[in-house]
Design a protein around this ligand. Structure first.
Ligand SMILES: C[S@@+](CC[C@H](N)C(=O)[O-])C[C@H]1O[C@@H](n2cnc3c(N)ncnc32)[C@H](O)[C@@H]1O
Length: 496
């Protein structure tokens, strides 16, 4: 991908900054790779947290959104320091593809041969230099200080040398050098907007964007993935109101009558969240669950099933809505620990309408035809939530989608079996990737004369521009159009 011949800096270990003192921090601050030195400055401590999280994400598939808050607590970082550590961590993960292309042009060997513990330091430094307003000398010296403490004096010199090369140009100038040209539009978007090439291709296909036409909409989507999303709150039906959310500092959401956006602050600190009357949940996740409850069913409407409930975001909403209609929700989840989270999420729902079972919904314990409404929120690649889980784009592969496909199809088949004649099934993914959305629907409905596909957008008329697929029969949310995750929804009626 990188055109090495166009790089202004050819290898040479003795390029600008090589062999330097390692920045302003000077020498002799210790080489212990485990312990942060007690005298670490706030700037170094902030970067050390970011580095530790980046390394854990890379080496043991840790989740940044779970590990970072724990590290901030452990190191006693709050306020502006915590905000900076968060920005550095997420920013580096989001822009990793771009920074890797730049770094590749700055070193005289393949980036993949750089030591695993050194690479996150280079990326972290590149982010400060190219993606923030941090003055270059501060970015380099603080990162080299962390390098001394974690990977030792010798390798910190390498970090210093590479970062000085990176800092010699701004991002636009680097992109002119390292991004492919107009003859490779997919490759160009992959480098400029930091996504794996296959993800760019998959998203362009899902959008129906034509590579020959410039991939304009794909580019807007990729750019949206690199923006920090606002926190969206759910007022659990019957347990909290939008007024409660507004009083807590949030502002009413565009589409969902249960949602509000929290512009700043830690949602975990809100009283309503601690009382579990309010939860953090993307607006599109709320709307796809709401759409299922809006379909008219003739006859009984008393038994609802959430076949893939963990960790319980949609179950909490459905249990509240079920309770308000004197219906009951059975929330099934195959992983016991996640079923425990579902139990917490539905606890004290209206009329105590939610029940949780640990169950494999591809081999259900319930009888066919038992439910009036069924939700299948299938395990998927999560390519629709890249704003919130920036590392996911580097973990998923086309094979991940293929591996999930049999489970997705089996879950939808069994959901159709579980619905009673006249009942309704919602198939949902937090991914717009066609093999796990329309591909699953095509495969399952081809063999099922008892399944009628409904026009899902008819049940979400307040949301513009969501109809997708053949004849616009499905719903596809998009971050750049709706400010939500890219949730997919299909609604199917079980024929009587
Ligand atoms: C996309 S998540 C569901 C998110 C959830 N509906 C929410 O809104 O919080 C998919 C869930 O399905 C669960 N799962 C995967 N295979 C399953 C199966 N065969 N039976 C039941 N649950 C399954 C996963 O463990 C995971 O918790």
């Amino acid at each position: 991908m990188t055109d090495r011949s166009r790089s202004p800096y050819r290898p040479g270990r003795r390029g600008p900054g090589s062999g330097g003192s390692g920045g302003k921090g000077g020498k002799g601050q210790g080489n212990d790779p485990q312990k942060p030195a007690p005298s670490a400055s706030p700037g170094t401590a902030v970067r050390r947290v970011a580095y530790d999280v980046l390394r854990a994400v890379q080496e043991r598939d840790a989740y940044a959104n779970l590990l970072l808050p724990a590290k901030l607590r452990d190191r006693g970082l709050t306020g502006r320091d915590a905000a900076l550590a968060t920005e550095l961590t997420y920013g580096t993960l989001r822009r990793q593809g771009t920074y890797d292309a730049v770094l590749d042009a700055c070193i005289d060997r393949s980036l993949s041969s750089v030591d695993a513990e050194v690479l996150p330091l280079l990326r972290l430094g590149a982010h400060q230099l190219l993606g923030t307003g941090i003055p270059p000398h501060a970015a380099v010296s603080a990162t080299v200080n962390v390098a001394r403490r974690t990977v030792g004096q010798h390798r910190s010199r390498f970090v210093n040398a590479v970062l000085r090369k990176v800092g010699a140009r701004d991002l636009d100038a680097w992109l002119e050098i390292v991004a492919p040209g107009a003859d490779d539009p997919v490759g160009r978007l992959a480098v400029v907007h930091s996504h794996p090439r296959w993800v760019v291709q998959a998203l362009a296909r899902a959008l129906g964007d034509d590579p020959a036409g410039g991939l304009d909409e794909t580019e807007r989507l990729l750019a949206a993935h690199n923006e920090r999303p606002e926190v969206t709150l759910l007022a659990k039906p019957g347990r909290a109101s939008i007024a409660d959310l507004v009083n807590a500092g949030a502002r009413e959401a565009r589409y969902s009558p249960y949602a509000a956006y929290l512009p700043e602050g830690d949602p975990a600190l809100l009283t309503e969240v601690r009382q579990r009357r309010v939860a953090v949940q993307d607006e599109a996740s709320q709307l796809v669950a709401l759409a299922l409850t809006r379909v008219q069913v003739d006859g009984a409407d008393a038994r609802w099933l959430d076949a893939c409930a963990g960790p319980g975001g949609k179950a909490a909403m459905l249990a509240g809505l079920a309770g308000q209609r004197e219906a009951r929700l059975l929330a099934a989840e195959v992983q016991p620990a996640r079923a425990g989270l579902v139990a917490q999420a539905v606890h004290r729902s209206v009329r105590d309408a939610g029940r949780v079972v640990v169950a494999d919904s591809t081999r259900p314990a319930w009888k066919d035809g038992s439910f009036d409404r069924v939700l299948v929120d299938a395990p998927c690649t999560g390519l629709g939530a890249l704003r919130r889980r920036p590392e996911a784009r580097w973990r998923r592969t086309p094979e991940t989608a293929e591996e999930l496909r049999p489970t997705q199809e089996a879950l939808l088949q069994r959901a159709l079996d579980a619905a009673r004649p006249g009942g309704v099934v919602a198939y949902v993914t937090c991914s717009p990737h066609l093999p796990e959305t329309e591909g699953v629907l095509d495969a399952v409905t081809a063999d099922r004369s008892d399944a009628e596909v409904l026009r899902a957008a008819d049940y979400l008329q307040e949301v513009p521009d969501v109809a997708a697929g053949k004849d616009g029969r499905y719903v596809q949310f998009w971050p750049h159009r709706h400010g939500t995750d890219a949730m997919f929804l299909a609604l199917l009626r079980k024929r009587a």
